[in-house]
Each structure stands twice: as structure tokens, then as C-alpha cells.
Design a protein around this ligand. Sequence first.
Ligand code: LLP
Length: 423
Amino acid sequence: MHHFDYQNGSLYAEGVDLATIAQEVGTPVYVYSSATLERHYRVFKEAVGEKSHVFYAVKANGNLGVLMTLAKLGAGADTVSEGEIRKALAAGIPPGRIVFSGVGKSAQELAFAVEAGIYQINVESESELEALSGIAAARGKRQAIVLRVNPEIGAGGHAKITTGGAANKFGVSWSEAERLYVRAANMAGVSIKGLAVHIGSQIFDFAALEAAFIRMRGLIENLKAQGLPATRLDLGGGVGVPYEIGYPFEYGTDSLQTYGQMVRNVTKGLDVELGFEPGRVIAGNAGLLLTKVLYLNERADRSFLVVDAAMNDLVRPAMYEAHHEIWPVRKSESGTTRTYDVVGPICESSDTFATERILPELKAGDLIAIMTAGAYGASMSSTYNQRLLVPEVLVKEREFAVTRPRQTFEELLGLDRTPDWLA
Ligand code: LLP
């Protein structure tokens, strides 16, 4: 379910023709749909219960327009760096709705978060706990925290995005969790509120999530039985989205209702405030990468469709062998199809968006949309090959706005400094 669809044979984002955006902003360009973001946020919130805290994972898509759209609906933010906290604040998300996660928060970042008065820091190791307590106490503050526990149950769409396994770097070990909790409860600079867990991303195996949540429930009950304060349980993100037809769920409805029901069953009667950190399921199919065919490289046994977007703009296929659907912006009238390898201009073979993909026949100058690129698309982009960061456009009904202009060559060249001995 999303708001990208054909009208009279042309692909539209809500009420805006993508060809118009390509003409006015150029390609490649990311295009986001407000209605899709809003719809997914609302469905998620309803599925997990209106009383739950929903902290949108900024890492999925930190575009200011996207964040402001979600902020207006009351969303909080899950952040993993000072940059993300600053971005969330700039979007109007109040500090009281921001959580800060991550295994390697620097002293400066912790101090920044404490001073900003953010809602919760998800602590991931004993040494981070010591550092944070010292930093907060030195400022005369007690920072609200939860302890992120590694439940030794991982899941995810790819080994590189599985985080809950015992071999993964995330969280304190299951066997140490109780000792650290007691320790935190006696520290001057922190106020321990509960637990956090996040076992991976692009998850359809809800049984794995359930097993991890059941472990957390058991630990909360055990802590409460000892008279320790435990009023918050942050269940992370991770709900998968269908990148291609044939996934177990329709986008965001069935899956979220099933997920919400599972959470309710597991947490029934447990007197805690629930928190969630969804990223992909909110932003995933709310965005696409619009790109233009530059050339056709026809060989005897293969046809390469060379487009102007590349792996620096959308790294997911290169990094995780991820599948993204590809839609032509202008529907073919002839109905002729061809088998293409869709590739970018970058000088490595991993710069491939699709291999042996059956698509309508295309020619140089045609526009195509790489779908479900709203999460971990622009946010993971780089300037590899000295390519300019692509612009981002937010659509709202029949209007659109460039919420990030294309980087300029002046900006790109301005990043470097000349060493004195070469000047
Ligand atoms: N909370 C924590 C602590 C996380 O580490 C993540 C994602 C999330 C929440 C949001 O997870 P989501 O709901 O989006 O699954 N770049 C990869 C995905 C990396 C996910 C990292 N952590 C990709 O493109 O598939």
C-alpha cells in the first residue's frame, strides 16, 4: 500500500507526475510521499496501541521534510548520533520524545543528549553506563536510561542486519543483564527505567521477535520481583516490508496487525510503558529513486541498461543483495518486454540495481523508478566517485517541494582543505 500509481499511463506520486519532478529537479532524485508516510505511521501507532511511544528510527530516512511530517503526527525519534538528535530537534520533535541508541556513543554525544534533556538513553555496555553516569552526575543530572539487552535471538532479512544474536555487538549480554541493572539502579547519574531490545531489521519471522520479547518480559518480571524499578520496555524496530511480490504480508496492514496482536499477547498484564523504534515500515515504500536511462549496452548475451543513479545513491542492492522493484515512469504501450541488467555509472560491478530483470522495453532518455527506496536509501548515500549527493523531494497531494537540493560541485570541492606544504 502506497501512493505511487499510474494515471493515464504515467507514474504519479500522489497528485504529481514524476516526469514533471524529473524535468524540474533533474535525475537522479528521491521522491517521498507524505500520504504514505502518514498512513504507515497511523497504522503502526494503532497496531501497537495509542498509549505506546513510537520513536521513528531517523536512520531510515532523516530528511527534514520526512521528520517534520511525522513530528506533526506526534511521532518521537529513535536516534543514534548527535547529528540525528540535532536533526530530530530541528524537525520540531521535542527532547521528551527522543531516545538515543547505539553501541558507540561518544562522551561528547552523551553530554549533548543529557543537556538536551532527551527522554531516554538506551545503554548498551557496562563501560557506557559508567561513562554516562559520570557525565550526567558532573552536570548535576540523572539521565533516564534503559538497558539494551542482547537476547541471543537474532533475525533479519540479511546477516548484515541481524542484531540480536550472541555474536552481534549489540547490547549487554543476557547473563550480565540483571547484575548491570542492579548496578545502574545504584548509580548517581542515571535513573534506570527498564529494558530495550532490537533483534534485527527486515523481519518477517515474528516468532523470533516473540521469543525475544518473552525473554524480556521474564527479565522485567524478575527485576520487579526484586523491588527494582522497571516501568519501560522498548521493543525496537525491525518489522519487514515486502520489496517484491510474494512476501508473506501485504504492506503494513496485515503484518502490523499481526505484530501488534503478538506484542499485546506477550506484554499482557505487564505493567510497563511500551516503546517502539520502527524505521523501514514507516519510510520504506513511501519513497522511490527516480532515475533516467543513459545508455543501452547491448551484448550478444546481455543487455545492460545504464542509468544515472548509482550505488552511492542507493547502496542496498550492492550491500545486502537487496531486491527493489523497478517501474517505468511511462507505461509501455506496445507491451514488449526485455531482460535487462540495470546498472549505474560507478566503476565496480557491484553497482548493479537488478540482474536479468524482465522490464518493458526501454531506451535512452526513459525514466524509471526504483521502488521502496524511502528507507536506507538517501540516508546511506555517499559521494563515492565524487558524485554529488542526490536531491530529495517531498510530495503532498498536488504539490511538491525540494527538501534537499542537489549538492553542488562548489560544495563538494569545498569539503577538502589544501595542506600547507602543497599550497
Ligand atoms: N532500533 C535500532 C536499535 C536499530 O538498530 C534499528 C535499525 C531500528 C530501530 C530500525 O529498524 P527498522 O524498523 O528500520 O528495521 N541499512 C539496512 C538496515 C539497517 C538497520 C539498522 N538498525 C538496510 O538497508 O536494510
